[in-house]
Design a protein around this ligand. Structure first.
Ligand code: SAM
Ligand code: SF4
Length: 339
């Protein structure tokens, strides 16, 4: 991929004076798992023809970097179901230290054993692996696929390849609630940081997410009754707020879209695999970057799109989940927008 980089231009600043420095780029909406809180078993995926090519993903990323984006997270769907992912990491890896401070990926880990070495060689330094439970049966029920051993192998391979691993777990009442302390102990024991996430009302799934919604303030109180938690100033460039746990010697993050709105400091935008720029995970507002990219004047059209996006980025999301039978805040699944 030899796309010539667009020339540097004005930073992306929205009408609330928030500077956009972080891009979450979904490289596919497809996935090999079917986590019950994320998508239904019979999920309808996009026709492949609608998805951006590798070269387009790369070119688009260069435009964002030229406009001041310093961190890119590759996500999905499951990014590692795209076989050309290592090539994209390699191409973007060349921008590290040259506009880009950080390149990361969020994965379910099922294919990490195969790709960890190549990803590290291509320039990736850190990776987030989603793991909600260490109980094989619970994992199989929740993700609807019996692949926990494969994921654990993937995490071990990532560590061996020198990748810094962070474990992400969605906190779920009646599913992994009782296991959270042991999951934290395990992650910290392996030398991994960990982050807990509140389940968000994104897209229709088979069940009612309310049944399993677990507010993280309650989880935190429970952990405080067991361990010494000290608030940390550490930031990962995302919405997580961290504590250090004296007894486990590790760091634990809390992402609280429901109980603690963090929109004031939002520095992020998201691009779907079809090149739709969503200014907010919790909003319907979008701008079509694919059309701009494929137009006769991509540079001009993209600049217009960016200006529109900054003018339209909403102030905050308004997720509500704490009542039964609620409809999703937005119709898109997290796997479409990119988690
Ligand atoms: N497939 C990859 C994975 O699972 O890590 C990347 C994409 S996935 C959509 C990114 C993250 O979003 C995962 O940590 C997943 O647990 C989380 N997620 C998915 N649906 C969610 C929801 N409705 N609420 C909160 N987190 C969700
Ligand atoms: Fe796939 Fe990730 Fe969604 Fe699970 S959370 S179904 S692994 S995209």
């Amino acid at each position: 991929m030899n796309a010539s980089p667009p020339s540097a231009d004005a930073p992306l600043i929205d009408r609330f004076a928030r500077r956009i420095t972080y891009l979450r780029l979904s490289v596919t909406d497809r996935c090999d798992l079917r986590c019950a809180y994320c998508m239904p078993e019979r999920m309808e995926f996009l026709p492949k023809a609608e998805v951006l090519s590798l070269e387009e993903l790369h070119r688009l990323s260069l435009h964002f970097i030229a406009r001041g984006v310093r961190k890119i997270r590759l996500t999905g769907g499951e990014p590692l179901v795209r076989r050309d992912m290592v090539d994209l990491v390699r191409a973007l890896g060349r921008k590290l230290g040259d506009g880009l401070d950080e390149l990361t990926m969020t994965t379910n880990g099922t294919r990490l054993a195969e790709f960890a070495g190549d990803l590290a060689a291509a320039g990736l330094r850190r990776i987030n692996v989603s793991l909600d439970t260490l109980d094989r049966e619970a994992f199989a029920r929740l993700s609807r696929r019996d692949v926990l051993p494969q994921v654990l192998e993937g995490i071990a391979a990532a560590r061996e390849a020198g990748l810094r691993v962070k474990i992400n777990a969605v906190a779920l009442k009646g599913i992994n609630e009782d296991e959270i302390p042991s999951l934290v102990e395990w992650a910290h024991g392996q030398g991994h940081d960990m982050t807990l996430i509140e389940v968000m009302p994104l897209g229709e799934v088979e069940g009612d997410r309310f049944d399993h919604y677990l507010p993280l303030d309650a989880v935190r109180r429970n952990l405080e009754s067991r361990w010494t938690l000290t608030a940390s100033d550490a930031r990962s460039g995302g919405p997580a707020r961290y504590v250090d746990i004296a007894e486990t010697g590790g760091r634990l993050g809390f992402i609280t879209p429901l109980t603690g709105n963090f929109c004031d400091g939002c520095n992020r935008v998201r691009v779907t695999a079809t090149g739709q720029l969503y200014m907010c995970l919790g909003g319907e507002g979008r701008v079509d970057l694919r059309a701009a990219l494929r137009s006769d004047d991509p540079d001009g059209a993209l600049a217009e799109c960016f200006a529109r996006a900054m003018g339209e980025k909403q102030e905050r999301h308004s997720f509500v989940i704490d009542r039964p039978g609620g409809v999703p805040a937005v119709s898109r699944h997290m796997s479409t927008t990119g988690g």
